[in-house]
Every structure is written in C-alpha cells, then in structure tokens.
Write a protein that binds this ligand. Structure first.
Ligand code: FES
Length: 102
C-alpha cells in the first residue's frame, strides 16, 4: 500500500465533503461519524465535482444531475448514473488523513 497524507482530520466537517488532488487525481474526502472515506472526485456520469455535492445518510448527491452514490461502496444508486464510483482506502493517524490510490 502507498499511503499518502492528504488532509488534516479537523479540515473535514462531520457530514461534509472536501475535495483534494492527489498525484493529479481529484479525490473527494468524507467524514461520517467516526469514519473517513475517500472516493474519486468526479462523477461517473459527466464532469461534475462531487466536492460541490450534497452529503446525506452516507450518500453523496452529484451537483449536476442529482445522481446519488453510496459513499462507502461507491455504488451508483439511481439514474442517470450507470457506473459506480471508485473508492479508496482511507485511514486517520495522528490527526492526519491518509489515502491509498492503488
Ligand atoms: Fe453527476 Fe450527471 S454529472 S449525475
């Protein structure tokens, strides 16, 4: 695994989403309760940044056409989405968030 430090934990609001770029890849970071999750940062339907979306009940709603993904699994939950979202391993150590893009 190749863990990369991507953010401070206190930069993530519980129930919120933050966009970061890791080695040129846009990534969306989520904090849900005590968990941190990471997904690809761009919707699988068209060019929309999920950092601008709406988080609710463990899902992210795309800001462009309101497609909804499960944050934990990346599963596309409704139309117009037809492809799931890539997810990445995430962990917190010493107040810092690490993800593994591999
Ligand atoms: Fe995300 Fe269309 S760009 S649902």
């Amino acid at each position: 695994m190749a863990w990369r430090k991507v953010a401070r934990l206190d930069a993530l609001r519980d129930g919120g989403v933050v966009g970061v770029e890791v080695d040129g890849t846009p990534v969306a970071l989520f904090r849900i309760g005590g968990e941190v999750h990471a997904t690809h940062g761009i919707c699988t339907h068209a060019l929309a940044f999920l950092k601008d979306g709406h988080v609710e009940d463990g899902t992210i709603e795309c800001p462009l056409h309101q497609g909804v993904f499960d944050i934990r699994t990346g599963k596309a939950l409704c139309a117009p989405l037809t492809r799931d979202l890539a997810t990445y391993a995430a962990k917190v150590e010493g107040g810092e968030v690490f993800i593994d893009l591999d």
